[in-house]
Structure formats: C-alpha cells, structure tokens
Design a protein around this ligand. Structure first.
Ligand code: UT7
Length: 343
C-alpha cells in the first residue's frame, strides 16, 4: 500500500505583531513575567479584518502555489480549528469555494491543540488510497480570549498552516507520514476550553453579566503538568513502536505552547535541546496551526533536510494528545507568509 506524503507546505502568520510590552500596557502583566514563565516574546493577531476562513485561504493558497497542483485537483479540503468561521457551515466550505476546489469535499475537525496531528492521522489513509487533500490548521485565538484574564490572554496567538497531501505512488516526493498515536481523556473537559456559547451553556444576558464569556478558560498549572507527562509518554511510545533509537530522531517539532513545557518534555524523552525546534517566542500558542506553522518556518529556514526523521508531539483541550513521526524523503516546496509590524 502507498504511504501518505506531504507534497507541499503553506504557512501564514497574520501581520499584526503584539509584543509583551504592548500587553503590559493593557493588563497587569510584564514582559519579564511572560518571558520567564512561557518563553513568549510576541504573538500575531489577525485583527478585525480577518476571519478563520480568510487566514485558511492564505495558508491553503501558499501550499498550492508552492506545489505543482491546482485547486481543481483536490479531493478534500479539511480545516482543523477550535475557532471556526461560524457554527455552520464548516469553515472548510468557505475555503473550498474561495480556492476554487470545485471537485473537493469540505469538512472541519476540532481537537484542541492536538487536533492537527489527530487530523493528519484521520486523513492519511485517504491520501494512501490515492486522494489529494489540503489539510489546514487555523486558529484566530485572539478572537477567543478574555482580555481581562491575564493568565490566558498572554499565551495565545493567531496563525494558519496547510499541508497538501497525496499518495507516495503518484510520482511526487515529499515528507512521508510515518507511525503515529493519539489518545484522549474526556474526564478532563473542565480544565481547558471555551465552554460558553455552545448548546450546554448558550450565551444569555445573565451569563454575560456574570462575566462567563465565550472565551478560553484554563487551569494553567494542571494543563502544564498533564501536558509534560502525556507528551513525553506518547512521544516515547511512538519512537519505540517504530523501533527507532533516540539518536535517529533529527528534529522534535513540538506543539508550541510554552518553552518550559517544550524543555521538560524533550528532557524527559531524552532528546538534546539542539534537536528541538521552537519559535514559541515569536508566535506563541496557535493551537491547531502550531505544528504546521513550525514546519513551515523550519522549511523556510532550510532546517529540514532529505533523510531526516521528525517527531511531533502535541497536547491540548479534551484532554487530547498525539505524537507523529515524519520521514523526509524529499524536502517539499513551501511558502511561509510571515511579514509583520508591531501594533
Ligand atoms: O496547548 C495547551 C494549552 N495551554 C498550555 O499549554 C498552558 C499550560 N500552562 C502554562 O503554561 C502555565 O501554567 C502558565 C504560563 C499558564 C502559568 O505559569 P505558572 O508558572 O504555572 O504560574 P501560576 O499559574 O502558578 O501563577 C503564578 C502567579 C500567580 O500569582 P500568585 O497567586 O502567585 O500571586 C498568578 O496570578 O503569576 C500570576 N500570573 C501573572 N502575573 C503576571 C498569572 N498570569 C500572569 C501574567 N502576568 N500574565
């Protein structure tokens, strides 16, 4: 059977840069606190003029333009997001229309910060079966933040990334999707999420008066602890199941939530810091966009070379967590749109 291959990669970091200093003018925080606790220096914001669909179109177009394919060649457009364009229809339908992917079926998937790896694991068999897919991870998390809650408002940013994928027997090289695993623990749904605004807690004037907004809420230290334990465990298991040694992993591409979490996980797995990619300082936590955005940046910086093995680990709301191996048969073409200005 064919393998699933990432044929090209697109990344989009919106143009507004919000520095820690800017946030400290707006709330009771400081650059020093944020950098020490998280490693974050700045994050991107899409501003009011953009939506999840427009950001997804940017990264989707970037991936298509970098490739030899046209939108009409696509069988599937998939958007993984926790900040959708609207409840219904799927964000992916807006993207499919704007790109002109007239032969494609479009659907959204939601899985928190582990969602992009889960989506790759769900979609890879379709690529193996010969389908061409545009798999996009997008978050406009700055639209979902409570700007009065300093413990969450400083952590997140906006971004979008896209993988164009297909089968290995179609004559196009790229990054092969290797073994992966994902797990969930739905007994922890109250620790991290955006609980209000759904069917359980519909937004009412009373809820708004009580300050229960349709924004992210999180018990940070609990998430921190679980994130380190679960990502270390699942990362090690995927390496073991693939019968690889730690020295055979050239890069760890972790979910970019907090530098301290990244350091703790890679220390526990036993991978030296110089083989771990992090750009959390520049882009903060972009949820479902995070791992694709990291890969997009790595390709832009020419850090990914033929023959390398990459290990991704992610953890987020649910809780859900995942790990995925990638084998670089050939460096795929990529386009990373990341010019920005401080606001
Ligand atoms: O992708 C998964 C999504 N989420 C994450 O990965 C985040 C996981 N959690 C974390 O990254 C960390 O737990 C945080 C960065 C959120 C917090 O770091 P911490 O070292 O666990 O700090 P803490 O929550 O224990 O807070 C320490 C103090 C508290 O003050 P007191 O009670 O000690 O006086 C907070 O009120 O820091 C205070 N604090 C802040 N101070 C300045 C919390 N947020 C801020 C802030 N600026 N932004």
């Amino acid at each position: 059977m064919a393998d699933a291959i990432i044929w090209s990669v697109g990344g989009y970091a919106p143009p507004h840069i919000i520095t820690n200093k800017r946030l400290s003018e707006r709330m009771d925080t400081s650059d020093e606190w944020i950098q020490t606790r998280t490693g974050i220096r700045e994050r991107r914001s899409a501003g009011d003029e953009e939506t999840t669909a427009t950001a997804s179109i940017q990264s989707g177009k970037a991936a298509l333009e970098a490739s030899e394919f046209e939108a009409e060649d696509l069988d599937w457009v998939v958007v993984c997001t926790d900040t959708p364009e609207m409840w219904s229809p799927a964000t992916a339908c807006f993207v499919q229309d704007a790109l002109g992917a007239r032969q494609a079926s479009a659907i959204d998937l939601t899985g928190g910060c582990a969602g992009f790896l889960q989506t790759l694991q769900i979609m890879s068999p379709l690529a193996q079966a010969g389908k061409r897919l545009l798999v996009i991870g997008t978050e406009l998390l700055t639209h979902a933040l409570n700007w009065n809650d300093r413990s969450t408002a400083v952590l997140f940013g906006d971004g979008s990334s896209a993988f164009l994928m297909g089968p290995s027997d179609a004559g196009h090289g790229g990054i092969r999707i290797g073994p992966g695993l994902s797990r969930s623990d739905g007994s922890q749904t109250d620790i991290l999420g955006k609980p209000y605004g759904g069917t359980r807690y519909a937004i009412t004037p009373e809820l708004v008066r009580e300050g229960r907004l349709h924004t992210i809420r999180m018990e940070g230290p609990k998430v921190f602890k679980h994130a380190v334990t679960m990502m270390s465990d699942i990362g090690r298991r995927v390496i073991q199941e693939a019968q690889l040694g730690l020295e055979q992993i050239d890069w760890v591409v972790p979910h970019q939530a907090n530098q301290r979490i990244i350091d703790a996980v890679t220390h526990q797995v036993g991978i030296p810091a110089e083989r771990v990619f992090s750009h959390v300082a520049r882009f903060a936590n972009t949820g479902s966009a995070s791992i694709g955005l990291a890969m997009s940046d790595m390709l832009d910086q020419r850090l990914i070379k033929p023959g390398q093995r990459l290990l991704s680990v992610a953890f987020g709301a649910g809780f859900s967590w995942a790990s995925q191996l990638f084998f670089v048969d050939q460096v795929p073409p990529a386009q990373f749109i990341h010019a920005g200005e401080p606001v």
